[in-house]
Design a protein around this ligand. Sequence first.
Ligand code: 7TS
Length: 407
Amino acid sequence: MSFNIDQIRGLFPVLHQEVHGKPLIYFDNAATTQKPKAVLKALQEYYEKDNSNIHRGAHALADRATRHYEETREAVRDFIGAREAAEIIFTKGTTESINLVAKTFGRNFIGKGDEILISTMEHHSNIVPWQMVCEEKGAILKVIPITESGEIIWEEFEKLLSSKTRLVSIVHASNALGTINPVKKIIDAAHAVGAKVLLDGAQSTSHLDIDVLDLNCDFLAFSAHKLYGPTGLGVLYGKREVLEEMPPFLGGGEMIKEVTFEKTTYNEIPFKFEAGTPNIADVIAFKAALDFVQSLTKPKIRAHEDALLDHANELMSGIKGFIPVGTASEKVSVLSFNINGMHPFDVGQMLDAKGIAVRTGHHCTQPLMKRFGIEGTVRASFAVYNTKSEIEKLAEGVAQIARLKNK
Ligand code: 7TS
C-alpha cells in the first residue's frame, strides 16, 4: 500500500465522527491506537466461521482456529525478526509480559544482593514488578538518571553496571517523553557484565523497525493494542535458551506435557508459558494489524510521524507559555507539554471541547514526573492516520488556551 493519507484514514471507521460537535482529532495514540477495518473484519470472521478452542480439537473448526492462531505467531516472529516462532509468547499485554519475566526469570535467577537496573523514565509496569522481585529476593533496584532533556546519562549508567547486575530492564521509547533510548549500546554494555536485557517495546514497536537479532535483547515486551491491534493481547519475545531455563508462569491446561497427582512435566516453549485457553480471537485479528503496518513499512510510517512531530514543535514553540517536556534528539511522535499557569487536566478538557483527544496526567510515570518537578503533562501522540492539518488545529487550540494565562 502506498502512503496515501486519505486512503489510510479511510481504513479507520472510528476517526470519522464528531465529538462535542467538532470533527474528532485523535491524538491519544500512545495510550492506544485505533483499529483498521481489516482487524474488525478478522474478529467478526473468526467468530462467524472458525470459533473453536485451539490445539486440542479433532475437528475442522479447531484445526482452522489453530492454524490462524499459529500464523499470527509466525507473523510476529517475522515482524520483530526473531529466529523462531517458539520464542513468541502471547500474553495479555506489555504489563503481563514484564510480570511474566519478573515472576519466572526474576524468581529463579535473581538473588540476594543482585541488582536490577531500570531508568528514571520507566512506565510503572517496568518498575513495580521489579520492586516486587527485590522485596521477595533481597535484590536491589538501581535507577539510571536522566538529563533535563530526557535522555539517560551514559556515564551514570556505566557506573551503575557491574558484575552484580543481573538484569537491565529498560524502555525502548518513553511513553511520557518520546525519548528513544540507545538500546543497542545499552544491550552490548549489559551483556559485557553478564546481565540480561529486557526491552519494554510498548511504544517503539509501532514506530521503529525492530530486529531482535540485531539488537540482541534477551526479552522484548509489547502490546497489540498500541500497534493497531486488539486490546487484551501482548507479546513476550525471549531467546530460546533463556526461556527454556525459566520455570513456568501460570499452571494449568496447555502448559503441561503430562500431569499425575505426584508430578507434572511441562510443555515445550512457547506453550509452557501459555496456560489455559488464550485470547484466540484477538491473536488471530492481530495478524491483520501487523499486515497493515508491514504494508506501509516502518520507514515510511516513521517519516510521516517525524514530519508531524517536527510540524508540531515548530508551531508550538512560538506559543507564549508553552513548556515542552522531553526534548531528546531522538524521539518517537510524542509531544508532552505544559502551559504556564495551567493544570494539564484543564488543558486536556479544553482541547476535548474542541474535538481534540489528548492524554493528561502522569502517564503512569510518577517517578519521572517527580524528576521534572511537575505533576503531569498534556500529551499529544501521533500515529499513521494523523495529518498536518490536525496538528495545526492542535496548535491553534493550544495557542488560544495559553492566551488565557499568558498575555
Ligand atoms: N510500557 C510503556 C512504555 C507503556 O507506554 C505502557 C502503556 C505500558 C508499558 C503498559 O502497557 P499495557 O498495554 O500493558 O497497559 N502506556 C500507556 C500510556 O502511555 N497511556 O495509557 C497507557
